[in-house]
Design a protein around this ligand. Structure first.
Ligand code: M6R
Length: 601
C-alpha cells in the first residue's frame, strides 16, 4: 500500500518527485524517500556520478527533502506492511554498493528464501523489508556480467508475488520498471518545453500537472526508458516486446487541490450534490445491459470491502424494495467461501472506489476463472478493475483523497438505486427521484447543518462508545456511519439492526450511552420502540429523521427520502465524523494505520 513516482527526461526530477509524492500520500503515509541519479557531466558541483538517496520517517508535510539536480529519479511513500516504520525500512532500497536504487509496492512472497541465498553469497541487508531483496538480486546479476536491463528482467523472473517496481542505477541513463498482479503502474508522457519526460507512477494523480498522456501497463509488463524518451515495453508472460495504447489523462488538475477547504474530507463531503448528478451520467445502454445480465444470471453477487461493501448491502435492500429481486452480498475478503457456487451463469458486481483493492481483485479473478460475468463499479479511471471486468459503471466522483470514502459512497448508493429502478422498468422515474435530492444534499452540507452537528460532536467527542441503530436500509446507513466515526475519530462506534438489540447488545447501554437512531417513515414505529428500549436503560438518543420525536434527546433533521434515505442520512454523519476528528485533534484526511488503497489481502 504505497505510492510510487519516477521521472526521466530533459527536465529536473526533484520537483516532479516531491510534488508526485504529495499527490500519492493518500496511498501510504508513514515514511518516504527519493533517489536521484546525479550526473557529473551535467552537474558542475558533482565530482563524480552519484546516487543521491534521501529517506525520512513521518508524513510528507513534515519532511523536507534537500533539492538535488538530476534528470532521473524515483520516489516512494510507504505504508508499512513488511517491517516497522523506520528510516531503514523506507524506500528506495539500495544494493550493497549503493549503486542500484529500487522502490517497490506489493509483496514478494518468496523473499525470505531469496534473501537467505543472497546473504550466503555475501550480500548484506539493511532493512527488514521484502523490497530490498530486489536491489540485491539486480546487483547479483550485474556482478555476473549482465547489463542493467537484463539484470532487472532476471531479477523479476525470480520474484513470486505481485509488484510495482522501479529501479535506477548510478551512471546509467535509464529507469527500469515493472508491474505484476494486482499492483498498478502507468507512465505519464509529457512533451512540454519545460521538461519533456516520462513519469512512471502507481497513479496518474502523481503527474497530472506535468503530463496529459498516459500509458497503462498490463500485468507482466516491464519497461525501460531513457532521457531521450525512448520507451521499450516487454511482457514477461508473453515473452515479447509489446505496444500499449497512449490514452489522454482524464482528470482535472484543479480537482486534486483542497481549494478553500481546510481538509479534503470536508471538500469531498461538500461536493456530494455535484457528484450525485455526475454518478447519474451513465450510458443508458450499459445500464440496460447490466439489468439484462442480472435477469439472465442464476445468482448475482454484490461484492466489495469497507464502505463499498456497505453500498453493496444498501444495494441488496434497494433491489428487494424497488425491483423485488434478491441479490447476494459478500465481503470481497470473504468471497473465497462462495467460490464453489460460482458458475458461468453467475453475475458478480464488484464495487471499488480505487479499483485496486486486492481483496476485490482476487475475488474478481476467482469469478473469472469460473467463467462468471463480472461488472465493475469503479471511481478511479484506468485502475486495474476498470480493465478486468466485462462491463463497467464509472462513479464519476472525481479523485477522492481523504482516506475515508464520503462522496464515492453516496455515488455507489446512487448507482445501486439507479440500477434497481432500471431493473424494475422505472428508469426515468428513478432518475428524477434521485436528481431531486440535489438541493437536500446541498443543504445538508451547509454551514448551518455543520454548526448544528458541531454541537453534537462537542457532546460526543470524549465518549468511549457510540452505538447506532437502524432497520432495513437505515441499518446499512448505521453500519456506514459507525465506520466513518471509528476510522477518523478512533471512538468505538458500533451499529446494530434495531431489532437485534434485545438479543444481547442492549446489555451495553448505561446511563448516558449515546445511541444514534436512523428513522424512516416506513419503519418509524418499530425503530422508535427500539429507541425507547435504549432510552429506558439510560441511553441518550440522537435521532436522524425528518420529524422530531419525543424519544429524541438531540435531533438531526434530514428530509425523508423513502428508499433513497441512505443517500441523505449518511451526510450529517460524515460531518459528525469530521467534527469529532477535529475536536480530538486528529487529521481527518489521514487516519492512523489506514491507507486509501488497500493493495494487500
Ligand atoms: O477502494 P475501495 O472502494 O475498494 O476500498 C474499500 C475500502 O477499503 C474502503 O471503502 C474503506 O473502508 C474506506 N476507508 C472507508 O471510508
Amino acid at each position: 500500500m504505497c505510492g510510487i513516482i519516477g521521472y526521466i527526461g530533459k527536465g529536473e526530477a526533484f520537483p516532479v518527485l516531491v510534488s508526485g509524492l504529495n499527490k500519492l500520500e493518500y496511498r501510504g503515509y508513514d515514511s518516504a524517500g527519493i533517489a536521484v541519479n546525479v550526473d557529473a557531466d551535467a552537474d558542475a558541483d558533482a565530482n563524480e556520478d552519484e546516487l543521491n538517496l534521501q529517506k525520512y520517517v513521518g508524513k510528507l508535510s513534515e519532511i523536507k527533502f534537500e533539492a538535488v539536480d538530476g534528470s532521473i529519479g524515483i520516489a516512494h511513500t510507504r505504508w508499512a506492511s513488511h517491517g516497522k516504520v523506520t528510516k531503514e525500512n523506507a524506500h528506495p532500497h539500495l544494493d550493497c554498493r549503493n549503486e542500484i536504487a529500487v522502490v517497490h509496492n506489493g509483496i514478494i512472497e518468496n523473499y525470505k528464501e531469496l534473501k537467505e541465498r543472497l546473504i550466503d553469497k555475501g550480500h548484506s541487508f539493511r532493512s527488514e523489508t521484502d523490497s530490498e531483496t530486489i536491489a540485491h538480486l539486480i546487483e547479483d546479476f550485474v556482478s555476473d556480467g549482465f547489463s542493467f536491463d537484463d539484470a532487472f528482467v532476471n531479477a523479476l523472473r525470480m520474484l513470486e508475488g505481485c509488484y510495482t517496481v522501479l529501479a535506477v542505477r548510478k551512471g546509467e541513463n535509464r529507469i527500469a520498471g515493472a508491474r505484476k498482479g494486482s499492483r498498478s503502474l502507468c507512465i505519464g508522457l509529457s512533451e512540454g518545453t519545460e521538461g519533456p519526460g516520462l513519469f512512471p507512477s502507481s497513479d496518474v494523480l502523481a503527474f497530472l500537472e506535468w503530463a496529459d498522456k498516459v500509458i497503462y501497463l498490463k500485468s507482466g509488463d516491464v519497461f525501460f526508458a531513457d532521457t531521450d524518451l525512448n520507451l521499450k515495453i516487454y511482457n514477461l508472460i508473453e515473452d515479447r516486446i509489446v505496444e500499449r495504447p497512449i490514452d489522454t489523462v482524464k482528470c482535472d488538475a484543479e480537482e486534486v487541490k483542497k481549494g478553500e477547504y481546510e481538509h479534503f474530507m470536508l471538500k469531498e463531503i461538500s461536493e456530494q450534490d455535484e457528484t450525485l448528478l455526475r454518478a447519474l451520467q451513465q450510458d443508458k445502454n450499459t445500464v440496460t445491459e447490466i439489468c439484462e445480465e442480472m435477469r439472465r444470471a442464476v445468482g448475482t453477487f454484490f461484492i466489495g470491502c469497507g464502505s463499498s461493501y456497505h453500498a453493496c448491502l444498501a444495494g441488496s435492500y434497494l433491489f428487494s424494495e424497488i425491483a423485488k429481486v434478491h441479490v447476494n452480498t459478500a465481503l470481497a475478503s470473504e468471497f473465497e467461501n462462495y467460490e464453489d457456487f460460482l458458475t458461468e451463469n453467475t453475475l458478480v458486481l464488484a464495487i471499488s472506489q480505487s479499483g485496486e483493492t486486492a481483496d476485490v481483485l482476487d475475488a474478481v479473478n476467482a469469478a473469472k476463472r469460473k467463467g462468471s460475468r463480472v461488472v465493475g463499479m469503479v471511481n478511479r479511471d484506468g485502475s486495474i478493475l476498470t480493465r478486468d471486468c466485462d462491463q463497467l459503471l464509472m462513479m464519476n466522483s472525481g479523485p477522492e483523497f481523504c482516506v475515508l470514502s464520503t462522496k464515492t459512497y453516496t455515488s455507489q448508493v446512487v448507482l445501486m438505486a439507479m440500477l434497481a429502478y432500471a431493473y424494475a422498468g422505472r428508469c426515468e422515474e428513478g432518475l428524477e427521484k434521485i436528481r431531486s435530492l440535489y438541493l437536500d444534499i446541498y443543504n445538508l452540507t451547509s454551514r448551518t447543518v455543520r454548526e448544528h452537528v458541531h454541537e453534537l460532536a462537542e457532546m460526543l467527542y470524549k465518549r468511549k462508545n457510540i452505538y447506532l441503530i437502524g432497520r432495513g436500509l437505515q441499518y446499512t446507513t448505521a453500519l456506514e456511519a459507525a465506520l466513518k466515526i471509528k476510522e477518523v475519530s478512533y471512538i468505538h462506534a458500533e451499529a446494530f439492526a434495531g431489532g437485534e438489540l434485545k438479543h444481547g447488545s442492549l446489555a451495553l447501554i448505561e446511563d448516558g450511552t449515546p445511541c444514534i437512531v436512523f428513522v424512516s417513515s416506513n419503519n418509524r414505529s418499530k425503530i422508535l420502540s427500539n429507541a425507547e428500549e435504549v432510552k429506558s436503560r439510560g441511553g441518550y438518543i440522537i435521532g436522524v429523521s425528518s420529524e422530531r420525536e419525543e424519544v429524541f434527546d438531540f435531533w438531526v433533521k434530514v428530509p425523508d427520502a423513502g428508499e433513497l434515505n441512505p443517500i441523505i442520512q449518511i451526510i450529517p454523519m460524515q460531518v459528525l465524523a469530521y467534527e469529532l476528528a477535529l475536536l480530538r485533534g486528529l487529521d481527518p484526511d489521514k487516519p492512523r494505520n489506514l491507507a486509501k488503497c488497500v493493495t494487500i489481502t
